[in-house]
Design a binder for this molecule. Structure first.
Ligand code: ASP
Length: 429
């Protein structure tokens, strides 16, 4: 068994969290390849190390001294080293970075030092080997990952050893450091898992998995135990904040399951995203909810037979004007498209006028200020129950479309929260 365990910034924010990480890693012999982020926020008003490093870079660029800022960054790592009693001369690393800073230092290089320092310190803490990401994760000059070369490099460097490697960055062909966009350590973890044909990619964070509903609206929603990759895609497409698509793609392509777990509740199983597309997953009727606000619904009704190319034509009109179509369905009487566009947005109205011009025989109806609630269900029999609960809470359902494995229910945007609470209660209590 080989598990790639990636720990995010909140899992590395202070010494207590580092101790927790060590317990998790040493608790399972499969966890032999560790990917780390830079230290994150310790509390809501705190700063992420990466933010401080970008700020440092801005100081350098404008010739403003950054010593005070640097002391803050250094202080965070020194405190972790001392409080965890790690035998590692991190001062040497910190001094080497600071002494070489100049207005020519690149933002990518400086930002990457958070992950670099975390990984060196973590390697010493765990007694693992440090493997620099710059020595295996290779980008082309356009910033695309050279997967084959990167995978080959990591397999030969890791070679069955226990290693810690930094997330978020790699090297360009000329050796300069290049970073992913923010949050990119998730991608590194996924690439490492695919490179090493891991049995699982564990993504350790500060939430106990993907929650069945938005916790800002539903109190203490349950974590979803298991999902298939297509289900995950459906949820994230409908607004659930999960890992970025580029962090999911490498493990999905390599048929490796992804497990999202909380560093602060390691006894909970978290959410497992499996490759088995539903098989072996529990038979719950409703799995979870996601939602998109600020939705508009465009219905195109045909008196006679609909034009075969109507969907393509309408989509072209909308996308040309920057209106995002996130769902469309075609029935006998016409087309229904759900759009992400701000109410009153000129582009949307202009697109509708053009659709009217292009389809003269059709009735084009636009309804704005809606929200679309996605109910992810493994059995369709649950859907009427959810719609009924929403109606009983005084929320009319304007449109309901079954999109296996789930259904989209459109309600007034102003009633979205009431709708979600009613549907959640109907599904889970
Ligand atoms: N430290 C980087 C950031 O804050 C990358 C990461 O944590 O994934 O965006």
């Amino acid at each position: 068994m080989l598990a790639i365990a990636k720990f995010g910034g909140s899992s590395l924010s202070c010494a207590a969290a580092w101790q927790q990480v060590r317990e998790i890693v040493t608790g399972d012999i499969a966890r032999r390849v560790i990917v780390v982020s830079a230290a994150g926020k310790r509390h809501a008003d705190d700063h992420k190390i990466t933010d401080l490093l970008y700020l440092c870079h801005a100081h350098l660029r404008y010739g403003v001294p950054c010593w005070e800022l640097w002391r803050k960054i250094a202080g965070r790592y020194l405190a972790i080293r001392d409080e965890c009693a790690i035998d590692f001369p991190i001062e040497d690393e910190l001094d080497a970075i600071y002494e070489n800073l100049s207005p020519r230092t690149s933002a990518d290089f400086l930002a990457s030092r958070g992950e670099n320092l975390s990984a060196k310190l973590m390697a010493a803490y765990l007694g693992f080997s440090f493997v620099d990401a710059a020595s295996w994760l290779q980008f082309d000059y356009a910033g695309n990952v050279l997967t084959d070369a990167s995978y080959a490099a990591l397999s030969s460097l890791a070679d069955g050893r226990k290693i810690v490697t930094p997330g978020f960055y790699g090297a360009l062909p000329d050796g300069r450091i290049h970073t992913f966009s923010r949050g990119g350590s998730d991608i590194t973890g996924s690439l490492a898992a695919a490179a090493l044909h891991a049995d699982v990619y564990e993504n350790w964070t500060d939430v106990p998995g993907i929650l069945a509903a938005d916790p800002r609206i539903v109190k203490n929603p349950a974590p979803i135990a298991s999902l298939s990759y297509p289900e995950l895609q459906l949820l994230s497409g409908a607004g659930t904040q999960v890992l970025h698509e580029s962090a999911v793609a490498p493990v999905r392509a390599a048929q490796i399951p992804l497990q999202i777990r909380s560093t602060f509740a390691p006894n909970l199983p978290g959410t497992r995203i499996g490759f088995e597309a539903g098989a072996g997953l529990e038979e719950t009727g409703v799995v979870g909810f996601a939602g998109r606000r600020g939705v508009s619904m465009l219905r195109i009704l045909f008196r006679e037979e609909a034009r075969a190319d109507a969907d393509t034509l309408v989509r072209a009109c909308l996308t040309q004007r920057g209106v995002e179509v996130f769902h469309s369905s075609q029935g006998v009487e016409g087309l229904c498209l759900l759009l992400i566009a701000k109410p009153g947005q000129d582009a949307l109205h202009a697109a509708c006028d053009e659709v009217r011009r292009l389809l003269p025989g059709a009735r084009v109806k636009l309804r704005e200020n809606l929200a679309a609630l996605l109910a992810l269900c493994r059995t369709t029999r649950e859907v009427p129950k959810l719609a009924a609960a929403m109606e009983a809470a005084g929320v009319p359902v304007h449109h309901l479309v079954q999109t296996p494995p789930g259904a989209l229910l459109c309600v007034n945007d102003s009633q979205y929260e009431t709708a979600l609470r009613a549907a959640y209660a109907a599904a889970f209590s």
